[in-house]
Design a protein around this ligand. Structure first.
Ligand code: KG4
Ligand code: ZN
Length: 333
């Protein structure tokens, strides 16, 4: 089975080919990130126009890399939710037309589920696991049981990646600031500043807007030092230590609560060095991380989730993949 995976939910345009469930034949990614930098965040219209320009080229490049002709494909998997609606429309329209022309099924894929699914290329899927999805737009805890997703909790305000990007901006760094703060944090003192863990009503919910304000207050209090390297390193280290410990603590609590020892991470922030270290130190947990190059959005994760669903005998038609900006799962409670 050869699955084509198409991803255009945000600033990436990506097409991959997966053979069976484990053999990567191609994964081509074209990003518009550089075009958004001067605006300090993703501009939806720029992202969708970039996908429109790139879609066909990336598709052709991917088939060339995989040494395939379109008619050899068995299935098309395309992100149809959640995401920027203009960007989603580009990928979904392309997928539907291609599926119709080739007379093969088109599977509409939940982008967040795909972020976790990419972990299982070359590995066996645990029957039950806790998923932690951490990106610029999402911070979600899910329970996955026999392939079905249930929501456990999530952020009540900012996403974790968004908090990283905003703190980095306050310190004068460019977008996206997550990887920059992660590097600075490794040179800083995590005990230099103390941040209080926020309390939410939901047992498994998160909040990152309070720490963002607390960081801003520290920067204002230390105005004369805010450009100082040691101050930036220490503030990054203290911020990173706090938010990552909050994430890990609640994820482990969820694993205990739902009686599983498997934790699966996905999304751009799962590249974070401290997050990886903290989970690796948890002795009673088997943790899955995507390889760093697969943490950000790509077509391969979409192909993998599509192939999984297709093999579990889900039926798809060429026109069944309508785009939706939002998505929800049933509650785990
Ligand atoms: O999943 P992703 O590529 O795009 C979406 O938001 O959908 O995630 C991007 C986010 C950005 O906020 C970026 O700052 C953050 O992931 N990020 C990191 C790291 N690498 C990327 N945050 C913390 N530590 C990192 N090493
Ligand atoms: Zn994503």
């Amino acid at each position: 089975m050869l699955t084509l995976g198409i991803e255009t939910s945000c600033d990436e345009t990506s097409v991959a080919v997966l053979e069976g469930l484990h053999k990567v034949r191609a994964n081509i990614v074209s990003s518009s990130l550089l075009r958004h930098k001067k605006f300090g965040g993703i501009v939806p219209e720029i992202a969708s126009r970039h996908s429109l320009e790139q879609m066909k080229l990336v598709f052709q490049e991917s088939l060339k890399k995989a040494r395939l002709k379109p008619k050899q494909l068995s299935l098309i998997a395309v992100t149809n939710r959640p995401g920027l609606i203009g960007s989603l429309l580009v990928g979904v329209s392309f997928a539907k037309a291609l599926g119709y022309g080739l007379n093969i099924p088109v599977a509409g894929i939940n982008h967040l589920e795909a972020h976790l699914a990419i972990n299982f290329i070359g590995k066996k899927i645990p029957k039950k696991y806790i998923g932690l999805i951490v990106s610029g737009g999402h911070t979600l805890l899910v329970l996955v049981k026999r392939g079905k997703f249930y929501k456990i909790g999530g952020t009540v305000d900012d996403a974790i990646g968004e908090a990283y990007d905003k703190v980095a901006k306050m310190l004068g760094f460019e977008f996206p600031g997550g990887p920059i703060l992660d590097k600075l944090a490794q040179k800083g003192n995590k005990d230099a500043f103390r941040f209080t863990e926020p309390k939410q009503e939901g047992l498994f919910d998160f909040s990152f807007s309070g720490i963002k304000t607390a960081v801003l207050l520290e920067i204002q209090k230390n105005k004369t030092r805010s450009g100082n390297k040691q101050f930036q390193n220490d503030l990054s280290a203290s911020f990173q230590y706090s938010v990552m410990n909050w994430l890990v603590k609640k994820t482990i609590k969820a694993a205990d609560y739902f009686k599983t020892s498997h934790v699966v991470l996905g999304g751009g922030v799962s590249a974070n060095s401290l997050l990886r270290k903290l989970f690796q130190n948890e002795k009673n947990i088997e943790v899955f991380f995507p390889p760093i190059q697969w943490t950000s959005d790509n077509g391969l994760m979409i192909a993998r989730r599509g192939a999984e669903l297709f093999q579990s005998k889900k039926l798809f038609t060429p026109v069944s993949a309508s785009p939706h900006a939002l998505s929800e799962w049933k509650s785990a409670f």
